[in-house]
Design a protein around this ligand. Sequence first.
Ligand code: C5J
Length: 235
Amino acid sequence: MSANSLQISAQPYPFRCDLAHTALVIIDMQRDFLEPGGFGASLGNDVSGVRAILPTLQILLAAWRQASGLVIHTRESHLPDLADCPPAKRLRGEAPLRIGDRGPMGRILVRGEPGNQIVPELAPIDGEWQIEKPGKGAFHATDLQARLQAAGITHLLFTGVTTEVCVQTSMREANDRGYECLLVTDATESYFPQFRDATIAMVVAQGGIVGWAAASNAVLAALPAGSTSGRSNAV
Ligand code: C5J
């Protein structure tokens, strides 16, 4: 195995990838979903539980950066004029604050507003991709596919919130586009823990119908110790 080859102990069987062709995808770890007053809370969710993955994600992100792996952050966001927000999305439900309304962290799910920022613990650094996505999936109405192809990325490790909505949708979109995908089980969370567990079970069922799942420790164990052997982040 070359220094770049990783073998991650995973369900339903080991996940093999090459660090230079693999990206860590962090889905929507933004204040809108993690803090009171944001979109997640406006939908009636208790947002305290999803913050529990922050320490795990910080460790994973630090190790991935240390190995010079590509990092991709996504944000669910809309243009200020909401031209990219279908009325069906804005009007669904009976939330007191809808997308585009002004809340305590600025306008809900609107690009550039304070609530739309990635939480400080995971703030992107130079060279890391930031994908603004108007949908639940990271490929819908974004340039992610073109950028991944141009960068030669073939394998994706998924983390973030919420497991059964934006994480699962993005992973399924990636799977349909031919990417080999792994869900990091303790670096993803839902407002409904049973939905997180069900998503993990769905992903790995039938021989990995959507992909693989592994705990963050298994990813960390597969990384070359103290390595900086991945790609240049300046893609
Ligand atoms: C939701 C997301 N849950 N990031 N978005 O609306 O999962």
